[in-house]
Design a protein around this ligand. Structure first.
Ligand code: G3I
Length: 325
């Protein structure tokens, strides 16, 4: 396999990757990431589950500060992930009456987005607002206190107040895999903008299901581009595992599906008007960095991202760079 030319020199937009501060102690990871990527997304340490343990008043910033310093040192853009997410914060905000809850909600965003003002170029202000079924918004502790659209509109306004320059994203997953969810997400973004929310971009996580029919990915990005907003492919991976108990596909069939779908994604992103191509981020530098290769999810063989455990280009690498040419 020829040595991989730096991705960031091949792509006509920033190439991003997620990062955890312990990875900074791995010279091979640092070498690979600083060679190929120009943007970082904290995989964990800028989330509420890290910053707040179990109280809305005690903040921990050692992890995110380390990531911000690393990005600054290597001249990498930093994408903040994520301020408000249905999946986190319930315990820290439990037991507060409405007034105190709202004050703590506002204060959290003001403190966190304020701290990284001038250090992040962007934030996932609201993450994963649409249900997996795809036609509704998730009911969560934020929506129960502030309303379904209400908590999102408030979060965007508070993030804008804390950081006047960051590009503020609405971010979700399965937007290509589940067309109904993609449509609901785009309608939500339009509705929130009409209500005055300062949404500056939309993020498609793109944890691709490689079994989906050809064309769905292209259709979603064509529809997404019609909003006229910057688009972030924010968390690309393409698992070779389906999660089904019985999966009759051979490995070569899976790799064929994987390279076809990721190639379609890269081509669909290339077809988005240049000013709307915010960044193309993968969720893991090497296979072994992927969350899909952690703990009980790990089958020891999944190759969901662009580089293998040794930092060599995986089959996906050519599918992506082939679209950038
Ligand atoms: O490393 C710490 C360890 O020191 C600590 O003792 C332990 C205690 O729970 O936590 C460990 O941190 C784990 C962290 O990943 C870093 O490895 C957390 O438990 C674990 O919850 C966390 O999982 C992350 C998950 O989001 C939840 O935050 C995954 O790494 C991360 O890949 C995943 O990323 C999400 C995106 O944010 C949103 N889209 C889906 C994507 C995949 O689920």
């Amino acid at each position: 396999v020829p040595p991989a030319r730096p991705l960031k020199s091949l792509a006509p937009f920033p190439m991003g990757v997620c990062a955890k501060s312990p990875q900074f102690d791995d010279p091979a990871w640092v070498q690979l990431v600083t060679t190929h990527f120009s943007q970082l997304t904290p995989e964990w340490e800028m989330k509420m589950e890290y910053i707040l343990a179990d109280s809305p008043d005690r903040f921990r910033f050692d992890g995110p500060d380390t990531i911000a310093a690393f990005a600054r040192h290597y001249g990498l853009r930093l994408h903040g992930h994520t301020l408000i997410w249905y999946a986190q914060g319930e315990q820290a905000f439990a037991g507060l009456d409405r007034a105190r809850f709202i004050a703590a909600f506002d204060r959290y965003i003001a403190i966190v987005a304020g701290r990284y003002r001038g250090q992040v170029v962007s934030w996932d202000v609201v993450n994963e607002p649409v249900t997996d079924e795809g036609s509704e918004l998730r009911d969560c502790h934020w929506s129960r206190m502030l309303g379904l659209d209400g908590y999102m509109i408030r979060a965007f306004h508070k993030a804008r107040a804390a950081d006047p320059n960051a590009v503020l994203f609405l971010n979700d997953y399965n937007l290509e895999n589940t067309p109904r969810k993609g449509a609901t997400f785009l309608k939500l973004a339009e509705r929130l903008m009409k209500a005055g929310a300062p949404i500056g971009g939309i993020g498609s996580q793109s944890h691709l299901d490689i079994r989906i029919p050809p064309g769905q990915i292209r259709t979603f990005f064509r529809d997404a581009a019609s909003l006229g907003l910057p688009i972030h492919v924010s968390e690309l991976d393409a698992s070779l595992r389906s999660g089904e108990r019985v999966d009759l596909r051979s490995r070569s069939q899976r790799i064929e599906q994987q390279t076809a779908r990721v190639g379609e994604l890269a081509e669909a992103f290339m077809a988005v008007p240049e000013r709307q191509r915010f960044a193309f981020s993968v969720w893991g530098a090497r296979d072994t960095d992927s969350f899909l290769r952690q703990g009980e999810r790990d089958d020891g063989q999944n190759q969901p991202v662009l580089f293998d455990a040794a930092g060599k280009p995986a089959p996906l690498y050519a599918a992506v760079t082939g679209a950038f040419a």
